[in-house]
Design a protein around this ligand. Sequence first.
Ligand SMILES: *Cc1c(COP(=O)(O)O)cnc(C)c1O
Length: 417
Amino acid sequence: MSGNRSNLHVAAARTPLLQSLQDELAELEQQHLIRRRRTVDSAQGATLQAEGKELLAFCSNDYLGLATHPLVVQALQKGASLYGAGSGASHLISGHSRAHMALEERLAEFMSPNVEQARALYFCTGYMANQAIITALAGKDAAVFSEELNHASLIDGVRLSRAATKVFPHKDYAALEQMLKACTAQKRVVVTDSVFSMDGNIADLPPLLALCEQYDAWLIVDDAHGFGVLGENGRGVLEHFNLKSPNLVYMGTLGKAAGVGGAFVAAHETVIEWLIQKARTYIYTTAAAPALAHALLTSVDIISGAEGNERRAHLNKLIAMFSHGLNLQLWQLMPSITAVQPVVIGDNAAMLNIAGNLMDHGYWVGAIRPPTVPVGTARLRVTLSAAHTELQVHQLAQAINRLDQMSYVAQCFAEVA
Ligand SMILES: *Cc1c(COP(=O)(O)O)cnc(C)c1O
């Protein structure tokens, strides 16, 4: 069966249960909130094939272009020939392979300048890693302080922990301090994204960490969009701010800048040992294919080496080019020095219209709506990658400028009429 829109309307309900889902889907459709998948026929990259067209893609999180790096692809193939296609079991039974162990040791060594007595643990996904850390460190008797704009995987981890939860306003650490002061729970856990995934701005970690140390709280940092990209050597946000503390629990994902998949937690060895004993999303799941871990060893080599430096320098040049190249009358580019460069349009239908227009011109940008972002702030989420050329980024900025100008003029006429 195809997944196109007409199915929602024409399919006759056969049962009241189906009917209620169809009614709710129709409601979403009316609010322009139905999400659709586009099938990609090529590998990831600056350009890709989708729906019979060649598109310039500015929507992936493959920030360093490693998803198609020949050495990473080769390592994945080698990993499959060495270890087979699947791991066969969970880590605590017989699924923990030499490749997983080597990756964890490599990541611990890489992160050690910014992590006290560093040890690392590899997870199938960042989503699962976040569930693991939060539920293992915060139980029913704990208090969790969660940043307002945290990623869904952190929010779900907080819910699953059953801890008393307080949400603090975006980057408002004075408000957080009041909450910590008033807190009587012994176990305290503060949870934040480093780079906010839909805004591109960076949490102010130095004062946040100082607060956590002062009030004896863990600080869980989700660096999905920082690992590999931020910091001189790619060690992410901790290197960016030059931080190191036993209170820090660091989560980096490996499906974005590292180009493969999975995630890792880096923390004091005691924390990692605790996760191995307690984290249910680590214990009760089949280990990721060892070949992925084998490929990731090559990703980490590239990230931490001279080529990583070159790719980060190129990416940073593109980020500056894009933000300087935009000249918007109607829409707003959010302030961001990272590869996530969102252009806020506001209305869902208007934003979808613009994203569709860009697509017609061969540009694929992320089209982000509520509930992923607050109501009224639908946005184009442009993501840049070291795989892009300067010309490609220049062309995108020009295309967005043109559409903004046209919408601005249309709005002026509408106001006059
Ligand atoms: C992508 C993302 C995750 C989830 O990581 P996966 O490995 O894709 O499951 C977690 N946190 C943030 C901020 C992310 O952007």
